[in-house]
Every structure is written in C-alpha cells, then in structure tokens.
Design a protein around this ligand. Structure first.
Ligand code: PLP
Length: 347
C-alpha cells in the first residue's frame, strides 16, 4: 500500500500517463478480490465498506425484500426504515428456516432475498446454495453478505448462484474503509453514489492504497485458505473444549457443525458479559458481545434473541474470534485468565 500513498499518488481517472500506474494497480487488486470468490474482475465494484455494499443492493430494490432475523445491523437497520420487509426466522441453533423462506416467496411478491453467508455473532453458516436454488425457482434476486465468510471458508459465486455479494477488506486482514460488491453480469443495478468511477457503478475517487491492500489481502487469503482454515479450527476447538472442561456452566451458542472455523460464542451462566469483557481486556484478551448499550439500558443481541435465547442468556454471551495467527499458548493463557476471572466474578 505504501507507494500508493506517497509515490504513485495520481488520481486513477486522470488523463496523464502517471495515472495509469494507479489504475493498473486497481485492476490487479480487482482480479484478486474476484478470484477469492470465483467471480470475473468486471463483476467487482469497490465501495467504502460492506455497509455501503449491503445498502447499495437494498437501495436498488423498490419492491419487497425478504431477509433473515440474524442479519448484520447494516441490513436490519436499513430495512427497519421500510415497512415492506419479510423476516424469515432461524431455529434455536441459528439455522435459516428454508421452508419458511420458500413459503414466503410463494405467498408474497418479493423482489430480493438477502441472507448473511455466515453470522458475525455466532459464526453459523447459512445454506447459501439451497437459498440460491429457492430464489431461482421463484425468479427472485439473491444477495448475500459474505463479510464473515470470505477468506475463512470457501465462497464461490459459481457454485452458489448469488446475484450480489458483499465483502469487507478488514475482515481478511486488509485495511479498514474499503469494501466490495459483487454484481453478477447482467444483474439489475442502481448505484447508491452516482458518478463516473467504477464504470458508472460507484461515484467517488477510488481509494487506491486501500484497494491495493484489499487486493493483497484477498490474494493471501485465497492462497492460504485451507491451511488457515485447518489451523484456526484446531485452535477454536481447543479453546471451546478447554473452556467447557475447566469452567463450570459454560455453553456454546449456535450450531456446532455448520459454522465458521474462527468464531465461537460462549455463554457463562450468571456472569454479565459486559463486565466480563471489561475485565478480560485488562488482561489482554479482546473479546466482544453482541449487545449495544443504548441510554444505559442494554439491548440484548438480536441474533441470540432470534435464536430463542432469553435476555439473561443473551447478556452472558461472549464472542471469541480466532485466526491463523492464534497459537496454542494464546489459548492456554486465555483459558487460564477466563477461569480465574469467572471464579472471581461468580464469587
Ligand atoms: N456485515 C457483516 C456480517 C459484518 O460482520 C460487518 C462488520 O462487522 C459488516 C457487514 C459491516 O462491514 P463494514 O465495517 O465494512 O461496513
């Protein structure tokens, strides 16, 4: 990324020769991002973030949208502003109810289905291939938010026939502030930001260094995918097993088979997750929960609520994210800190 901040700083749309270096770099990055998801380079539109990618798709649709109850807030909050959304439920393990989706598409006039590829709070993977088939059967457009899935598991737009797909660089070790939208060749498209860049699909001068960083991250994520997946899963399983063995009344939220290798969501009975997270961070463990504090009242995670978890269960859930960089000794020290803190908070 560095040369594109200081040396090759030209605006890629400028007419002089110097600009060609920047526009060439964008095209190389585009082909790496495309390759990560099995797309063609011309099907990738760069955006500022996945929130923009998600909302570009929703903005392009005038009719009714069907979506799941466990989408990222960038989808749910946008659709809440409209009154014509059909929310499809998930079961207690966070798995999408495909029959309910099929039934909704039979009963209602739906223009677009939007389903998260893998959930950001519990890591549960959605049945994207089957969802795509249902959409195709009903002649409905299909978008998937694949922010958490790309670079963590195989994501291929050829075997899973989506029309649109959202990506974000910072979830695959790329820079923050850059995202992409896959738009299948021939799929209807209405830009959110009108302008000449990105072949008229997204206005605004391209963030060349960030795009270059995204391209590199995508290249590495694709090259190392299976090694990263295998190692991360091993670490995740080790973390979960150690917690379940060593800390009483801990339990996992979400389907245990169909989920991302890097995410685990664990409830610690009787311990408030906000307090737990604050103490953990003082000990060097950066974990998160799905709740957001609003005017000092804690809103329970909409994902866990949709999975039928009680308010109490939702408030004791913590999400741990791992990666190919996580090592066995990280797990051992994390578990030992968790154990000590859980005992003292319960005490
Ligand atoms: N979708 C999912 C599933 C996410 O996890 C996130 C970010 O956490 C987003 C969308 C939004 O991504 P961005 O921060 O690039 O807007």
């Amino acid at each position: 990324m560095c040369p594109f901040f200081c040396e090759q700083w030209a605006n890629p749309s400028s007419p002089y020769a110097f600009a060609k270096q920047a526009s060439d770099a964008i095209e190389i990055a585009r082909s790496h991002v495309a390759s990560l998801i099995g797309a063609k380079p011309n099907e990738i539109v760069f955006s500022s973030c996945a929130t923009e990618s998600n909302q570009t798709v929703l903005h392009g649709v005038r009719g009714k949208v069907a979506t799941s109850t466990v989408e990222h807030s960038s989808i749910i909050d946008f659709l809440k502003e409209r009154d014509n959304t059909c929310f499809v439920p998930v079961d207690g393990a966070g798995r999408l109810d495909l029959e309910a989706l099929d039934f909704s598409l039979t009963q209602q006039q739906i223009e677009l289905v939007s389903v998260i590829w893998a959930n950001n709070e519990v890591g549960v993977i959605s049945p994207i291939e089957q969802t795509a088939k249902i959409c195709k059967k009903h002649g409905v457009l299909f978008h998937s938010d694949a922010v958490q899935a790309a670079g963590k598991i195989e994501v291929d737009v050829k075997t899973n026939e989506v029309d649109y797909l959202s990506l974000s660089a910072h979830k695959i070790f790329g820079p923050k502030g850059i995202g992409a939208l896959y738009v299948r060749d021939g799929a209807p498209y209405r830009p959110l930001l009108v302008g000449r860049q990105e072949k008229g699909r997204r206005g605004g001068t391209e963030a060349v260094p960030l795009i270059v960083g995204f391209g590199k991250a995508a290249e590495l994520a694709k090259k190392d995918l299976s090694a990263r997946m295998g190692h991360t899963k091993k670490m995740r399983d080790m973390l979960e097993n150690s917690i379940l063995q060593q800390i009483p009344e801990a339990y996992i939220n979400g389907d245990k088979t169909c989920r991302l290798p890097n995410t685990t969501n664990i409830g610690f009975k009787g311990i408030d997750s906000d307090t737990f997270i604050q103490f953990l961070s003082t000990q060097g463990i950066m974990a998160a929960n799905g709740s957001a504090c609003k005017s000092s009242a804690i809103t329970p995670s909409h994902v866990l609520t949709a999975m039928g978890r009680t308010h109490e269960e939702s408030n004791e859930a913590i999400r741990f994210s791992l990666s190919h960089l996580t090592q066995e000794n990280d797990i051992c020290s994390a578990v030992s800190i968790l154990k000590t803190l859980a005992e003292s908070l319960r005490g």
